[in-house]
Design a protein around this ligand. Structure first.
Ligand code: SF4
Ligand code: SF4
Ligand code: SF4
Length: 250
């Protein structure tokens, strides 16, 4: 099987650092790459990519280099650090980290997995006790290959996380739907419908016997004929509803 060639969008995305920090104003690197590919966004919106990133985009797209605007704050590379003495285990940072670089569980101390941390800072704001700080990393510039390898690994972790979240949502929705289906299920159908019909007929017969007039000897022939006709009709109904049940003799 031959691999498909990377699209322009893929090649733009490959240049972006994949921290998913949203400092470009988009919800992640891929959406920003899409905006660039559609010529809806300038190439100078990604601070973590630095000027080198702008240059790469400019070469790829054949557009003029454009420096960062005055409003862009360029921060040195950094890594998050949690003061474990203050952490209350609320998991908010864990939920905010786009690349699963934090380990911990509810009501337990959380820790940054430093080699996985991209320095995106997304975990800092949600922490209710301000126990996460960003520590500067050594300034030595990594090689282009190292940067791309780091970005590729971050992208893979990010995609894995998105898939996990989607799977969790699907499973939750399915459980909910199943619960709703169970709630509206009718009560168990009678297993022996014939037995139920028979029982109903028996009850009707008993009721009829209970109210049977005792003075039938004083009935006129017309009344007796009318009763006979009703009895015959009742017998017919019973015969159709339950052919196996013998019709009682009067
Ligand atoms: S790394 Fe750059 S492109 Fe990716 S989200 Fe951050 S600012 Fe946007
Ligand atoms: S640990 Fe914090 S700074 Fe590091 S990648 Fe995760 S959210 Fe970003
Ligand atoms: S957000 Fe802060 S308090 Fe909550 S788990 Fe993370 S580090 Fe601990």
């Amino acid at each position: 099987m031959t691999e498909s060639l990377p699209t322009l969008l893929d090649r733009i995305d490959d240049i972006l650092p994949q921290t998913q920090c949203r400092k470009c104003g988009y919800s992640g690197c891929r959406p920003y790459a899409e905006a660039i590919a559609n010529r809806e966004a300038d190439i100078n919106k990604c601070p973590p990519g630095g000027e080198e990133g702008i240059r790469e985009l400019s070469n790829l797209l054949g557009v003029e280099f454009k420096p960062f605007g005055a409003d862009v704050v360029l921060a040195p590379p950094s890594v998050a650090f949690i003061d474990e003495n203050l952490c209350i285990g609320c998991t908010l940072c864990l939920q905010a980290c786009p690349v699963d670089a934090i380990s911990g569980a509810s009501r337990q101390m959380h820790t940054i997995i430093a080699p996985l941390c991209t320095g995106c800072e997304l975990c800092v704001a949600p922490c209710p006790v301000d126990c996460i700080s960003m520590l500067p990393l050594p300034q030595e510039a990594p090689s282009r290959d190292k940067k791309h390898a780091t970005a590729k690994a971050a992208r893979e972790r990010y995609q894995f996380r998105l898939e996990r979240i989607e799977r969790g949502k699907r499973e939750k929705a399915e459980k909910l739907a199943q619960k709703e289906r169970d709630a509206v299920k009718p009560a168990a159908a009678p297993t022996d419908a014939q037995a139920l019909i028979h029982a109903a007929l028996e009850r009707a017969r008993a009721q009829a016997a209970a109210v049977k007039p005792q003075n039938t000897e004083r009935l006129t022939p017309a009344q007796q004929a009318q009763i006979a006709e009703i009895e015959a009709r009742r017998a017919k109904i019973q015969e159709v509803a339950h052919p196996d049940t013998p019709i009682p003799k009067k």
